[in-house]
Design a protein around this ligand. Structure first.
Ligand code: 48F
Length: 277
């Protein structure tokens, strides 16, 4: 077979454009490809909703690859094992209901499962802002404003593009970037105790894990928070390299959104993303 350079380029440009165009209106747009958002995306896609993740970095996976202090193993508690089993990640039972997972296997499997379920992951794209509209006298987040990460990094004066979504999920981890954007730019209050991003507390594994799941909820009409972004937004300790709460938070946020999408019949499309399973 003779290889033509221009055919290779055309195929890349053509297939990327189709994929991107098919994702400018989605049911759920998730910001950040960390473990919580990827688990959320897996369940949303599995339920048939059109789901896209926008990730600023080259590699999806967020803070899961590095385990604890670059020892690439993570710890999980018993409660999260059903999710690990469903995703097909290998795990080692240890003492007293603790489990360890190879962080490379865990991260790569979650990415693969989300994509194979139909999630589109767009890497190297930074979410810089949200779209908002007034619906029945209520302000609501209804999409994302995106740009290439290098454009943002270099500070180039290039205007962004927009994505419309029925729901947006802030899974940006510790910075809770989208919650901050909403309070800073929309000059409005979040559904937190103070109306603002409350802020993350120091490390306490047990409480951090509990809070990250209970803090997983709608922070503003149309905007949900998951993972560490939930603890920063609603206030709660960080938990360090134990990841059960992240997986449970992702599953919870997917369930909350699925209920709303089902109730309001808001799905833009039936899933048009090809499934690879
Ligand atoms: O931080 P991250 O892994 O989020 P998470 O799902 O998991 C937290 C754990 O990894 C760990 C922990 C558990 O003990 O505390 O930290 O809450 O992943 C967040 C992802 O969001 C991306 C970022 O590059 C990372 O991959 N991200 C952050 N801001 C943006 C973004 C943005 N504005 N646009 C696109 N991606």
């Amino acid at each position: 077979m003779q290889l033509e350079d221009t055919t290779i380029s055309r195929l890349i440009i053509d297939t990327y454009n189709k994929k991107f165009l098919d994702s400018i209106m989605v049911d759920v747009a998730l910001v950040g490809a960390g473990p919580s958002n990827m688990v959320a995306a897996y369940y949303l896609s599995k339920a048939g909703f059109k789901t896209a993740i926008f990730e600023a970095k080259l590699a999806p996976g967020g803070g899961m690859w590095g385990g604890g202090m670059m020892f690439n193993e993570i710890v999980l508690q018993e409660d999260a094992i059903p999710i690990v089993k469903e995703l097909g990640i290998g795990y080692q039972p240890q003492e007293k209901g603790y489990y360890t997972l190879d962080s490379i296997e865990a991260t790569s499997t979650i990415i693969s499962k989300a994509v194979k379920a139909g999630t589109r992951i767009f890497n190297l794209i930074k979410v810089t802002d949200v779209l908002f509209r007034e619906e029945n006298n209520v302000l609501r987040v209804c999409g994302l404003v995106i740009n290439w990460s290098p454009v943002e990094k270099l500070g180039l004066p290039v205007d962004p593009l927009s994505i419309h979504a029925s729901f947006v999920v802030d899974g940006t981890g510790h910075p809770a970037e989208i919650s901050h954007t909403v309070t800073r730019k929309m000059r409005t209050k979040l559904e937190t105790e103070t109306g603002d991003v409350i802020g993350e507390m120091p490390l306490w594994a047990e409480k951090g894990e509990q809070f990250t799941v209970s803090n997983t909820k709608e922070a503003f009409p149309g905007l949900y928070v998951t993972g560490m972004a939930a603890n920063n937004t609603f206030g709660g300790p960080r938990m360090g390299p134990i990841f059960g709460g992240m997986l449970q938070s992702g599953k919870k946020v997917a369930g909350l959104i699925i209920k709303k999408l089902d109730k309001h019949g808001q799905a833009h499309t039936t899933q048009t993303t090809p499934k690879h399973e």
